[in-house]
Ligand binder design. Structure first.
Ligand code: G3H
Ligand code: 13P
Ligand code: ZN
Length: 305
């Protein structure tokens, strides 16, 4: 069933488990996400970035909405990193049931003002809202945040921000970053900060940049001819601890990009004569489903729907 973000995330926060919010860009990714959620009886969020909307538009949104509506578990369609009020409103018009307004590059007052506008409009239509405070290292959408400017979320500011905006859930900067290179070895996660923010706030918290970049997938990527440097993601134990403290929405894109490319590369390498897209993309869908299944197990959402 197609539901709002609040329908999924409020129970997750109360039950101290995390729900994966996976980025989609095509039918195979969408099927891997929603069919795995049904198999495992897990709630799930499917998110489209502005880039995904540019690529797949209403065609792709309709695929998600149709699969979600027919699904036997709760599914929300979420706008990832909406960059403006207009972008959030456009997504709501397209049928999204959850939107992110990412005004975290503004100063505090500017972030509050832009977020409030979106909250007022979205709530009038029964749609829930994610906002962000603090900055992730690395690249956020089209905004390049210099590592030395990157700063983690201040707990007192998070409390003020929630009071002043009425946002339904809040993305916090806790040391994660987007992409396949989250640092050397084990990336740093500020668990004490998560615990403190969760203790001072009641709403679901969101972790961006939560791909695990599984080493098995990285090895297979290399073995099938892919080139990738010292890729590293968030350790399963770190993510599990974070969900126990109050991280309810866990954003994952990179892992599915890697998994789908591994599937495609392996088929093409093993069978150079193959040119049936169903064989090639079907294998990509299977590898993504395996990665999603593992992630749902780590997050504790299995059996919650
Ligand atoms: O956080 C960013 C997501 O990974 C989406 O990336 O803008 O390339 O679709 P994208
Ligand atoms: P990853 O790059 O770790 O998959 O993070 C995705 C994300 O945060 C999308 O908003
Ligand atoms: Zn993100």
């Amino acid at each position: 069933m197609l539901v709002t973000g609040n329908d999924i995330l409020i129970p997750a926060r109360a039950g101290k488990y995390g729900v994966g919010s996976f980025n989609t860009n095509n039918m195979e990714i969408t099927e891997a996400i929603i069919h795995t959620a049904e198999k495992l009886r897990s709630p799930v969020m499917v998110q489209m970035s502005e880039g995904a909307i540019k690529y797949g538009g209403q065609d792709l949104a309709n695929i998600v909405i149709d699969l979600a509506t027919r699904a036997t578990v709760p599914v929300a369609l979420h706008l990832d990193h909406g960059s403006s009020y207009e972008s959030a409103l456009n997504a709501i018009r397209m049928g999204f049931t959850s939107v992110m307004i990412d005004a975290s590059h503004h100063d505090f007052a500017g972030n509050v003002a832009e977020t409030r506008r979106v909250v007022e409009a979205a709530h009038a239509m029964g749609i829930s809202v994610e906002a962000e405070i603090g900055r992730l290292g690395g690249i956020e959408e089209h905004i390049v945040v210099d590592e030395k400017d990157a700063f983690l979320t201040d707990p007192a500011e998070a409390v003020q921000f929630i009071e002043q905006t009425g946002t339904d859930y809040l993305a916090i900067a806790i040391g994660t970053s987007h992409g396949a290179f989250k640092g050397k070895g084990r990336p740093y996660i500020d668990h004490a900060r998560i615990e403190k923010i969760a203790g001072m706030t009641g709403i679901p918290l969101v972790a961006h940049g939560s791909s695990g970049v599984p080493q098995e997938i990285v090895e297979r990527f290399r073995a099938a001819g892919g080139e990738i440097g010292d890729a590293a993601g968030i350790a399963d134990e770190d993510l599990q601890r974070a969900t126990g403290f109050g991280i309810a929405k866990v954003n994952v894109d990179t892992d599915l990009r890697l998994a789908s490319t591994v599937g495609i590369r392996e088929v093409l390498q093993a069978t150079p004569k193959e040119f049936d897209p169903r064989k090639i993309l079907g294998r990509a869908r299977d590898v993504m489903a395996q990665v999603i299944e593992h992630k749902m197990g780590v997050l504790g959402s299995v059996g919650k729907a």
